[in-house]
Each structure stands twice: as structure tokens, then as C-alpha cells.
Design a binder for this molecule. Structure first.
Ligand code: PMM
Length: 285
């Protein structure tokens, strides 16, 4: 869908539709699937299963960023992430590393990761941007206002879309000034990070505006609180995270239709179908 400008990322394969990024959280306490893949062998197998289900790339993370989470120790994060990255990369899978630490990013890249996904957009670790520039791999710049411990207090916006756009533009400039080539950048609105449900929904409603930043867009709505809030309407309360996959796939279809470059999801199958339906519909335009 080049005519709609999905965009390409130098150093990554080109897909003819919105790509599907499957999530492997190697954490005991992740927001939505924590504890299930907290072992190298199980985590690698889970990544392979995600690819078999239709994932184009796999995002491996060792630190939970759910609201209120405290930080994991650096050595522990490396121990969790690096062997899983190595195991998946050695199977020929395109692997992304989800980390806010330059040291973990560098080791994961040495182990075969080809994309660094930093939810802080390079803000959490001053060594991150130079490290990414040095290894010269693609970099996800997500909208972020602070660590998970107290991020909800930063969810204050006048115009969330305009502010996220402006803050992302600032981060993109800083990343490029730091030596990362612009063609390597992917942007991400950071759904659920210092955002309440109404902010997340407004961002999903205005993905086209984020596309004006001129870089490929990653959308990560999977199982997040705002979907719980949407599904809670008329029900007894929000369903647990693992019961939000159909809602996640609905966002995947919307995001793909709006020109997202990739969607990041825990349950791949339904989203793999959603992005294919979006491509077929675009093809019929
Ligand atoms: N969200 C989480 C983790 N990593 N990475 C990007 N680029 N964007 C996100 O929104 C994002 C992320 C938190 O979700 P999880 O704990 O359910 O994986």
C-alpha cells in the first residue's frame, strides 16, 4: 500500500500489508501475559508459535511496563532477553528487542535482533541513542512521559493528538541529531503510556494525523486497559487481559486500514486475519 504511504524501514523486510509483530514477554509480571513464557525454552517456542500463527516479526522484552511496575535489574533483564533473541534469530526470525536500556539493546543486536523497540524513545537511558546509532539498526520511537511507576499522573492533555504529535516530532529530531538515520525510525503513539482510555481512543481515531510525521507507524493496542474499558460498557466490569483479543484484532483492522506499518499483538492469529482483510479491502478500492 505504498500509494497510501505505509512506509518502509531501512534494514527490515518489506511487507505488502500492515506487518504483525508478535509479543514474547519474558517476565514474571507483564501486564497481559506475564509469567507464561518466563523460561528461555518456553519463550523461544512461544515465539516460533507466533510466527507459525502469522507473525512477521517477534518483539522480545524482559521488563514489564504495565502501569505501576517497578524496574527490573539490568543483569536480570539481559539474562531474560538475550538467549531468547538468539534462539529466535537463529531460526531466521526477524526479532525486535523491547528495552529501555542501551546495554540490553546492544547485546540483543549482537545476538541477532534487527530492531530496537524502546518505549521511552531514548529518554530513559542517555546511552540508548548513541548505542543504536553505533549498531545502525531500526529504532522504534514511542511517545512516553515517564516510567510506569507514576505515568498515570502524567496523563494530562489539552489536545492529546496535537501534544503526542509534537512530542513525537521532538523525539524524532533528538534521535536523528543523535546519529540515528531517519530512514531507520518507526513511530508509535504509546497507547496506555501516560494515557487514559479517552486519550488512547482519540489517538486510534486520528492515526492518519500521526502518519503526517512521515515515518512508518507501529500501533500496540493489544489487551490494553482502554479495550477493557470499552468492553466493560454494559458488562459487569472490564474482562481480564486475555479476553481482549477480539477487541485487539478490531483495532488491528482499523490500524491497518489507516496505514499503520505494523501492529504489536500478543495473540497473532486473529490479527493476521485482520491485516489480510484490510489489504484485500484496500486492493478493492
Ligand atoms: N506496550 C507495551 C510494551 N512494549 N512497545 C511499543 N513499541 N509500543 C507499546 O505500546 C508497547 C511496547 C506494554 O504492553 P505489554 O506489557 O502488554 O506487552
Amino acid at each position: 500500500m505504498h500509494e497510501r504511504g505505509r512506509g518502509t524501514v531501512r534494514g527490515l523486510p518489506e511487507w505488502d500489508r500492515c506487518a504483525v509483530m508478535g509479543v514474547v514477554n519474558v517476565t514474571p509480571d507483564s501486564f497481559s501475559d506475564g509469567g507464561r513464557w518466563f523460561d528461555t525454552t518456553a519463550a523461544v517456542k512461544h515465539g516460533l508459535d507466533l510466527v507459525a500463527a502469522g507473525a512477521d516479526l517477534v518483539d522480545v522484552g524482559g521488563e514489564s511496563t504495565r502501569p505501576g511496575a517497578t524496574r527490573v535489574d539490568e543483569d536480570e533483564e539481559q539474562r531474560r532477553v538475550v538467549p531468547v533473541v538468539r534462539g529466535l534469530a537463529s531460526e531466521g526470525i526477524t526479532v525486535s528487542v523491547d528495552t529501555m536500556r542501551a546495554s540490553v539493546a546492544a547485546r540483543a543486536v549482537a545476538a541477532g535482533a534487527t530492531l530496537v523497540n524502546d518505549v521511552s524513545g531514548g529518554l530513559a537511558d542517555p546511552r540508548m541513542i548513541p548505542a543504536v546509532a553505533d549498531v545502525d539498526v531500526p529504532f522504534v520511537v514511542m511517545h512516553w512521559r515517564g516510567f510506569s511507576e507514576d505515568m498515570n499522573s502524567r496523563a494530562v492533555y489539552g489536545d492529546v493528538v496535537a501534544e503526542v504529535l509534537a512530542e513525537l516530532r521532538e523525539r524524532m529530531d533528538a534521535v536523528v541529531d543523535g546519529g540515528v538515520s531517519a530512514e531507520r525510525i518507526v513511530i508509535d503513539p504509546g497507547l496506555g503510556f501516560a494515557k487514559h482510555a479517552e486519550h488512547d481512543l482519540a489517538l486510534v481515531a486520528h492515526l492518519a494525523q500521526l502518519r503526517t510525521l512521515g515515518r512508518p507507524l507501529l500501533v500496540a493496542a493489544s489487551r490494553k486497559r482502554f479495550l477493557g474499558r470499552v468492553l466493560a460498557e454494559g458488562a459487569a466490569g472490564p474482562p481480564p487481559a486475555r479476553e481482549r483479543d477480539a477487541a485487539t484484532a478490531a483495532v488491528s483492522a482499523i490500524a491497518a486500514h489507516e496505514g499503520a506499518w505494523a501492529v504489536r499483538v500478543h495473540e497473532v492469529r486473529a490479527t493476521a486475519d485482520a491485516v489480510r482483510v484490510a489489504r484485500a479491502v484496500e486492493g478493492a478500492l
